[in-house]
Design a protein around this ligand. Structure first.
Ligand code: C5P
Length: 239
């Protein structure tokens, strides 16, 4: 994959105009933009339509988690918006994921389009081992739980998972080459850590098996954002 295809720029703003400004600024350098719940809840689907009109792709990061019927219908709505990628929580269970995957396959065949990449969130990285045990009452190692949920996602027909860079190597070796790994928590050695605790450099994350890197502040908060993006692309260009 080309370095440029790997990088997904996070639109972590809540105003329509601010998001469009970022897309305008980066449209010559970025193919895919991530829209999360803050932006989507604030401005709705028109932001997706506008980004598509600008010739760019969208990763819709809404992490659906509901009963199978509702998630399948949400998946269909995302597919109708034409997004390139979106996600669901694997903790919604096998039936939920399978119903969403099958609904997407049917729709894509009918429309003769590429199926949007359906990605599972395993355990949020804000949950640590203590919270897993004490709050969620899951008494296995984090790594074991992430592996279990990624396996469930693959069997249900999902295309891959969102994972912390630290889990990428384990997921790649366990689930093979075709299973997509999308990693946030990326920081080049020259960028501030901000609130990321266990960040990894772009190069290391790709070496560990990441297909797509979700990047926000390491690019957008730099004095020279396009220069920062180019440095990141250079860093992964031979991988
Ligand atoms: O600015 P930064 O590169 O840290 O932003 C990363 C993006 O990835 C943000 O949109 C953030 O919400 C998202 N994300 C994350 N860590 C996770 C899951 C998602 O940083 N574990």
């Amino acid at each position: 994959m080309e370095p440029r295809e790997r990088i997904i720029l996070a639109l972590d703003v809540s105003e329509y105009e601010d998001a469009i400004d970022v897309v305008r600024k980066f449209r010559g350098h970025i193919d895919t933009f991530k829209i999360g719940s803050e932006l989507f809840t604030s401005v709705g689907p028109r932001i997706i339509k506008e980004i598509h009109l600008m010739g760019k792709k969208v990763f819709l990061d809404l992490k659906f988690h509901d009963i199978p019927n509702t998630v399948a219908k949400s998946a269909l709505a995302a597919a109708k918006l034409g997004v390139f990628m979106f996600n669901v929580h694997t903790l919604g269970g096998f039936a939920m994921m399978k119903h969403a995957a099958e609904t997407l396959t049917r729709f894509s065949l009918e429309q003769n389009i590429d199926r949007p990449r359906l990605i599972g969130v395993t355990i949020l990285t804000s949950i640590n081992q203590d919270a897993l045990r004490d709050e969620l009452s899951v008494n296995v190692r984090m790594n074991t739980q992430v592996k279990h949920l990624a396996g469930l996602a693959q069997r249900a027909g999902l295309d891959g998972v969102v994972a912390s860079p630290e889990d990428a190597e384990m997921i790649r070796s366990r689930f093979g080459k075709g299973f997509l790994i999308v990693t946030p928590g990326i920081r080049p050695s020259w960028a501030a850590m901000d609130d990321q605790k266990r960040a990894m450099t772009p190069r290391k994350a790709v070496q560990m098996g990441a297909d797509y890197l979700v990047i926000g502040r390491a690019v957008t908060s730099q004095p020279d954002p396009i220069g920062a993006l180019k440095r990141i692309e250079d860093e992964i260009s031979d991988l």
